[in-house]
Design a protein. Sequence first.
Length: 362
Amino acid sequence: MNPFASDTIRPVRFTDDRLWLLDQRRLPDEETFLPLDDAPAVAEAIRAMVVRGAPAIGITAAFGVVLACRQALEAGDWRERVAADIATLRASRPTAVNLFWALDRMQARVDAAADAHAALETTRDAARAMLEADIAGNRDLGAHGAALIEPGRAVLTHCNTGSLATGGYGTALGVIRAAWDRGRITGVYADETRPWLQGSRLTAWELVHDGIPVTLLCEGAAARLLQSGAVSWVVVGADRIAANGDTANKIGTYGLALMARAHGVRFMVAAPVATIDFATPAGDAIPIEERDAAEVLTLGGQAVAAAGAGAYNPAFDVTPAGLIDAIVTERGVVENPDTERLAAWRPEGGTNTGTAGIRAGS
Ligand code: MRU
């Protein structure tokens, strides 16, 4: 058996000092890779959702720093130029802590470099290592999460947390891939995930691509599905997990957690340890991105609302830790998460993120 048979998609590629992003705005109709050569273009690609998903955003930003170093190679003020590009990358999206986690690591590499050439070499090595480590970590995370799922029923997921949202393999979708490859689930239900349709455009594309049966539903159908008994676990990803386990993830996740608890369905959050923000004690301090009303009022460029209506469009919500049965990372499982239990994953003497500036742009 190939334990990774259902893992073939890689959305972020770096060759010849050029970054290529699978343009997720065009999926599932077109599989187009967009070439990027400088950090401001990378920041704009993150803001515009060419690439999205917390780990993929972090990895992409790391390669953005490599491009910044390359662009500044011959400049006398190369450190200032790279610092300005890192500030631009930091301001691209506010909620996914992986962005800041990755940029802090890249900034430390730049700070330690003797000159611009050394900075280019060391950031390139670090970004490539970050990409590879993310994929390897997701495979470990997937195995830990799959082991929690009793065979025989389906799972429900939300948004896209797969290869497209990470370096590869996925977090929640990594758990689902691993559970499928080990015969532990009968199939996958996926919320379509308005307004960006990450579920129907991306998760369905990814699962069909890799041969895992997927059934889509409107978010409004989730309560009926959970009431039916067809699903044993809701499995979701995270954009930022506070130190106490409160979890920011795609808008609609909190509602799913409430519904799951009401129907005795278990609720799993799958994310790398890098998604835990130990400097943020609880979910109420997590910055939540508000996006353009046009994303709700239109679909594929077509108006879907009465002209003159407004729209409420938070991109994320926060699920209280008390509604989460398990947080799964590459390092294992914490059941019934709280500050004390999650502290086991706190980095030695640190907070996981240098949070200075995280909220500044939000
Ligand atoms: O707005 P998006 O598409 O970037 O939101 C993505 C999510 O909410 C994902 O669930 C989260 O980033 C985890 S991805 C492994």
